[in-house]
Design a protein. Structure first.
Length: 497
């Protein structure tokens, strides 16, 4: 039966479905490990959430086993291409979200299935937009699960993106390449395995270090590791209703601010800086310099306006809150220490820009990435020069290297599609009855995987309708998978042989 299905599908589309099934099945089986951790925590803490995790583990194991063994039908020497990569990534995230929401559903922790799906997609995409208004009432197993899915989403998107990239450049980073050559298992896997190992070293190291440093503050071990998971992944989920603000600790706020900034940097450059004995590689990177300057400007502007408004008692408190919120938005983490609706309208405009650009390429942050913004601005500058001197020959340079015209076109196409999805999301949310600020900022925050919004959904999305949550879930998924991956699958030509 499996052979017949495989033959029919391959004949019509030429897509290697068994390969996709084996990838998705492997990820589902691997996911049972994280679910099991939450199950044992639930048993130990006796929060009443052990059975929901046990049921979910069983379903995840059955689905994973079925897909994995079906995938064994693929021939070992069969080449796979970019379509298989796109489908593997998108299907994995979708199935993990659908099954990963079951602990919320089985335990009746969310009012509806749509709420559970929204919360899980928000977690895996490291968006951090939540539907919970009273997080502290959730049992420990569920709290850990929320943190773990964000931690997986942070490292998972980097590794998955690497699997779709033909090269790993220090400047352009991980920009999508539509002309990626077919993936050959024998030469592809060793390279990706090595890169994944490097990323894992940095990711695990930062998580462990932050956990220890948070425990030096006012956090217990459980809350420290949960916040380390969601901070390093630039996710933003918290174990407290008021997030980091509830700890009332400048030490914790400064520490989280620092690690949010680190989380928005290129993970590969961090590896070479700390483990590759090349400390100057990070500081020589043009994207890092642009990003650091941009963050500094945003912090100065925010601090100045908060001082003018006298929202905080001291200059130190003003700077701390400004720096925290700026880096929280620009890293796409989404922690909040204050209601941003009370801040000056300038911060709304600045916040939208920060949510659009976000972190560096090759980081766990969402958004356009600073590298794309740089290419766009440099190309725009060249166009101005050509208007003045029509015969001038110009090109875009990045880290001292000339960038091809095709590469620039890809970047501009990505930005155009990114803006189009924001407009579609804004229109859909406006039709649903939201004002422009709420609709636009919600579309912005979800496609950039930031989390907090402005307007009605500034703190949570509990009052969003089911239609709005479905729209925002799709936008979150598209934004996390670099837009093109999801949109290409919707094209009829994608499915033709």
């Amino acid at each position: 039966m499996f052979s017949v299905l495989h033959a029919q599908r391959s004949k019509s589309s030429g897509i290697n479905f068994p390969f996709i099934a084996s990838v998705v099945g492997s990820m589902c089986l691997f996911e049972t490990l994280f679910l099991s951790i939450c199950f044992f925590v639930a048993l130990y803490t006796r929060g009443g959430d052990a059975l929901p995790f046990l049921y979910t583990i069983g379903i995840m194991a059955v689905v994973g086993s079925f897909l994995f063994f079906y995938g064994k039908l693929a021939k070992k020497n069969r080449n796979t291409g970019i379509r298989e990569g796109m489908l593997s990534v998108t299907t994995t995230w979708l199935i993990l979200s659908l099954i990963g929401m079951l602990p919320f559903v089985f335990g009746s922790y969310t009012p509806t299935v749509i709420d559970a799906f929204f919360e899980t997609v928000s977690g895996f995409t490291t968006t951090g937009a939540t539907i919970f208004t009273s997080v502290h009432q959730l049992p420990h197993g569920i709290l850990l699960w929320r943190s773990l899915i964000q931690w997986q989403g942070g490292i998972g998107i980097v590794v998955f993106t690497l699997a779709l990239m033909p090269t790993l450049g220090s400047g352009g980073g991980l920009l999508y390449n539509a002309e990626t050559t077919g993936i050959k298992h024998d030469r592809f896997m060793p390279r990706i395995t090595e890169v994944a190992r490097r990323l894992s070293i940095v990711y695990l190291g930062l998580t462990a270090l932050l956990t220890i440093l948070l425990m030096c503050g006012k956090m217990n071990f459980f809350e420290s590791i949960c916040h380390a998971f969601t901070c390093v992944s630039t996710g933003g989920y918290s174990t407290r209703d008021n997030g980091i603000l509830e700890f009332n600790s400048p030490y914790i706020e400064y520490l989280i601010t620092l690690f949010m900034f680190i989380g928005s940097l290129n993970v590969t450059l961090l590896y070479f800086t700390f483990f590759g004995k090349k400390p100057g590689k990070l500081f020589r990177d043009e994207e890092f310099r642009w990003f650091t300057i941009f963050v500094g400007i945003c912090i100065v502007l925010s601090t100045a306006w908060l001082s003018y408004q006298n929202l905080f008692d001291t200059a130190e408190s003003t700077f701390r809150h400004a720096a925290f919120q700026v880096i929280s938005l620009i890293s796409s983490t989404g922690y909040v220490t204050a209601d941003m609706n009370e801040w000056h309208p300038l911060f709304f405009c600045l916040g939208m820009i920060m949510m659009a650009i976000c972190g560096c390429a090759g980081s766990t942050a969402g958004g356009l990435k600073m590298s794309r913004f740089m290419v766009m601005m440099k190309n725009l500058n060249n166009e101005f020069k050509k208007r003045i001197h029509p015969k001038m020959v110009t090109n875009v340079r990045f880290n001292g290297n000339s960038i091809s015209g095709d590469y620039v076109v890809q970047v501009l196409a990505f930005i155009s599609l990114y803006i189009t999805l924001i407009l579609i999301g804004t229109i859909a949310l406006t039709i649903s009855g939201n004002n422009f600020i709420t609709a636009a900022s919600s579309a912005f925050t979800c496609i950039s995987n930031v989390g907090p919004s402005f307007g009605k959904f500034s703190m949570h999305f509990a009052y969003a309708t089911g239609f709005e949550k479905i729209i925002l879930s799709f936008i979150m998924l598209a934004g996390r998978l670099e837009v093109f991956t999801v949109i290409c699958i919707l094209q009829p030509s994608f499915w033709r042989k």
